[in-house]
Design a protein around this ligand. Sequence first.
Ligand code: SAM
Length: 286
Amino acid sequence: MSNIAPNSPTDTAAVLIDGLRAVRRGAAALASLPPESYAEHHAAFEMLSDQRGLIAEHFAGRLAGLGNGPLSVLSVGCGDGSLDARLAAGLLLQVPGRPVRYVGIDPWIGSAELFTARMVALEATELDSHAYVASFDDSPVDETFDVVMFVHSMYYVADVAATLRSALNLLRPGGQLWVAVAPTAALNALVEVLAPPLEGHRQWFSADVEKAFVAAAIDLDETVTLDALVDLSSASDEVLDFAVQARLTPELRGPVRAYLEAVSVPGAVGEQRVPHPVDVFAATVR
Ligand SMILES: C[S@@+](CC[C@H](N)C(=O)[O-])C[C@H]1O[C@@H](n2cnc3c(N)ncnc32)[C@H](O)[C@@H]1O
């Protein structure tokens, strides 16, 4: 016998997402997010979530474990560099004077420029940073690193296993590959139903990345889940679009907001805190 009470939020969420799936079945794909405002709406989304802080803390801890010597990091899909600048600042504080090479790569020039501006604003002569404007699939990077990280960017690559292999080739012996990517939890169930396909493929989530590590014959050191919550009660239409990775039509907004209410955890009145976990996969080049 099911232990789910009839009309529980779980039932309601299932009914709502089934309804969205039915409405979308056979319909033309929704428009994708405009690249020129992607970073801005991503930043607004992160303001509503505790996930960025958890990732920063987790990655800072990993970086601190790599010793006190010179360090080089490649951030793939660096976005506006707000996470990377925070990590770079931590590295410089941890060991004053240590040379740090910090490289970003992102296909959107606006994001790459913001990455560069944030690194320059650290005003650290020991920090040598550079941003490439390119997709990782066409990577112009011709140096090797102690760390290659993908934070919320693996969703978008054409072939996850091939990407993991390419990333491994950019690591020095003993170097570390870190991939932070969301599982298909409550929020990303919406992405699966609503986001338009990306150049012929859907967005990849944790389960896809885990399979790709196996396919690429890369042994994982560990996988850690960081449990975060995002409060979408005050999300603007643009931030809601970012959350589902699609431009929603006005008639979809009501059911989407109702679904988010149904999957939210009990909290203070007026809050709509939706589980927003992220998995971190870590592997070392032997
Ligand atoms: C959700 S954002 C994450 C940004 C940043 N890592 C962070 O956590 O704040 C995803 C980023 O991946 C970038 N991206 C998308 N496809 C990519 C690709 N093929 N290669 C590299 N970056 C890509 C996007 O432009 C975007 O800046």
